[in-house]
Ligand binder design. Structure first.
Ligand code: NAD
Length: 315
């Protein structure tokens, strides 16, 4: 039996096969939670579940496309069947397509609908089925709230606590808009609105709802993209516009999510936590001027922004 601060809890991580979701599944399991990975990639999902089991954790996986209502229903049913309860839902799955790039004039209605179904609709569906299961599960076994310590006068019984955690993955792109990225930027901004709404709706049930907004995280997939489309000088350019002078790794986000799922975070709800090395708090015009010399000194630098048709800022 784990002694981590999530011991006794059961979690679902969508898109938990690899990348940020993969690290989150491993991190939650290391903190004692039993984890159900839901993903479209069967091979990567079972490899991550096996890695968790080898490390002494408990994990299962289920194949499912999260924008489908049936997946939301089935994943909650599977967690309740396999673990006997549900405490945590991390809504992370996303896979994009080039047809979702563009302005409102360029994007086809089908790409708009499919993109938002996945970016936002899936999170609505996940909560729709997960919240009743969390309420049915109640606080984890052995949870002892201790004597009421809230300040001031209290009338009636203390409110429910430790009933559940929803963590929704937004992005730095939910806080700042990039040109010609209508679907992703609107979707990730909507995740923040959805998170705030759910925090207000589900707080009285003892369920907290928060979002994280990662900056550039070099996942397995991002690493391959850099190998193909960038070079060292280009990658360093990316690092330079982060105040901490590095881009992120999946574990940076996984640790933030695991904290939001911990008992220590029970008074935090409705927030969007940037996990971006300070990228979204610095003034853009200074960044541009600060990196100008670096760019002039390294004219051979290459990033994925150099792909034909990708440069969006110049009109
Ligand atoms: N990597 C970054 O720099 C970054 C930055 C900000 C936000 N994000 C967000 O973080 C989340 C994870 O991104 P990542 O970079 O780790 O991605 P990734 O591609 O490395 O992993 C995504 C996982 O989701 C799965 N998946 C994709 N579509 C799915 C679907 N419809 N149903 C079920 N599973 C599906 C994939 O198979 C994969 O295992 C996404 O919501 C993404 O928008 C990523």
């Amino acid at each position: 039996m784990s002694t981590g601060n999530l011991a006794g809890k059961a979690a679902i991580v969508t898109g938990g096969a690899q990348g940020i979701g993969g690290a989150t599944a491993r991190c939650l399991a290391a903190a004692g939670a039993r984890v159900l990975i839901v993903d479209v990639d069967a091979q990567a999902a079972s490899a991550n579940a096996e890695a968790i089991t080898r490390a002494g954790g408990v994990a299962a996986c289920m194949i499912g496309e999260v924008s489908q209502e049936e997946t939301a229903r089935a994943m909650v049913g599977r967690a309740m069947g396999e673990f006997g309860r549900l405490d945590i839902l991390v809504q992370n799955a996303y896979g994009g397509g080039w047809d979702r790039m563009g302005t409102a004039v360029e994007v086809e209605p089908r790409a708009w609908r499919e993109g938002l179904d996945l970016l936002v609709g899936a999170l609505f569906l996940g909560a729709k089925y997960a919240v009743p299961a969390m309420v049915e599960s109640g606080p984890p076994p052995g949870y002892d709230p201790g004597p009421w310590q809230g300040a001031g006068l209290r009338h009636g019984a203390p409110p429910p606590r430790e009933v559940g955690r929803l963590v929704n993955i937004s992005s730095a792109h939910g806080l700042l808009q990039a040109p010609r990225s209508l679907v992703y930027e609107v979707g990730k901004s909507a995740v923040i609105g959805l998170t705030r709404q759910m925090a207000v709706d589900f707080g009285p049930l003892g369920i907290t709802v928060n979002a994280v907004a990662p900056g550039h995280i070099v996942t397995e997939r991002m690493g391959q993209m850099w190998e193909k489309a960038g070079n060292e000088e280009g990658f360093h350019l990316f690092e330079l516009h982060y105040p901490v002078r590095r881009t992120g790794v999946p574990e940076d986000v996984a640790h933030a999510i695991t904290f939001l799922c911990s008992p220590e975070a029970s008074f935090i709800t409705g927030v969007v936590l940037p996990v971006d090395g300070g990228m979204t708090v610095q003034l853009q015009e200074n960044v541009i001027m600060d990196v100008k010399d670096y760019i002039l000194e390294h004219p051979q630098l290459k990033t994925h922004f150099d792909r034909p048709g990708r440069n969006t800022a110049r009109h």
